[in-house]
Ligand binder design. Structure first.
Ligand SMILES: [Zn+2]
Ligand SMILES: [Zn+2]
Length: 262
């Protein structure tokens, strides 16, 4: 018997390995309140939930554990989905509403004109070469708003709320999509902007912040953390697609603070 099966031995009939136990429910409840967690946090939470309910938790079974939760979330059009931070390459888990992957999911927290500006920001980021937009460009885009136009101070306030609510990241006046936003809105972004979105040549997921091959007939994009991993230890970096010299500075792999078990 696996630990999951043991965990649910007290549960109802049905597919044993897919039964939710109290440890699964506790994990899910925490995800509902925090929305997103990095892989270290997820492992710690998994361990905590299992210990609290006296269930064994093999460290390498986190993804199975989450699969069990996801099988119960499916009829509710919810899912815990994995994605990578474009900043440091760290894996994250986010609770995603599959029924509403567009910006209307934010309508309980944001007014119509605020959502319009967020959409414009999203458009600017998707249309940019490396996934960033300046606050100046966002402020300028309020001129073309069709809903009630936001004033400068209102726009600034909105941007800081979007950062606080983990939809955007900000560094020195430059805005990027947060990991949460990318994981939750990827299907929406792929559908809405299919001609503009690119996929990372290395990890094949949607890419915003990146390095780009300068060969005009190639032009592949690679996430910065994927660049760091791919070129690590290679004497002369060459494009994995066209073999041209890779002219960019190779970022270092940034180690997350806590140590992984591996
Ligand atoms: Zn990548
Ligand atoms: Zn190339």
């Amino acid at each position: 018997m696996t630990s999951v099966q043991l965990a649910v031995a007290s549960g109802q009939s049905g597919q044993m390995s897919r039964q939710m136990g109290d440890n699964h429910r506790r994990f899910l409840q925490t995800m509902m309140s925090i929305g997103i967690v990095d892989d270290h946090g997820a492992k710690a939470l998994y361990q905590h939930c299992c210990e609290t309910h006296n269930v064994q938790c093999p460290p390498d079974r986190l993804d199975d554990f989450i699969e069990t939760i996801n099988s119960k979330l499916q009829p509710l059009f919810m899912q815990i989905r994995k994605g990578m931070s474009e900043d440091n390459g760290q894996e994250h888990y986010a609770l995603v509403n599959m029924a509403q992957t567009d910006v209307t999911r934010m309508s309980s927290d944001y007014a119509d004109n605020e959502l319009e500006l967020f959409k414009k920001t999203l458009e600017l980021i998707v249309g940019s070469e490396n996934g960033t937009v300046s606050s100046t460009d966002i402020l300028n885009s309020t001129d073309s708003m069709t809903t009630k136009k936001l004033k400068k101070s209102e726009t600034e306030h909105l941007l800081s709320r979007l950062v606080h609510d983990k939809w955007l990241n900000e560094t020195k006046g430059e805005y990027t999509l947060s990991t949460r936003c990318i994981i939750e809105m990827e299907p929406y972004i792929r559908t809405m902007y299919q001609d503009q979105v690119s996929v990372c040549h290395i990890c094949h997921t949607i890419v915003f912040q990146c390095q780009i091959c300068e060969n005009p007939i190639c032009g592949i994009k690679i996430h910065n953390p994927c660049v760091a991993r791919y070129f690590k230890g290679r004497a002369e970096p060459r494009c994995p697609a066209c073999n041209d010299f890779w002219p960019h500075e190779i970022p270092e792999i940034r180690r997350p603070r806590s140590q992984s078990r591996r």
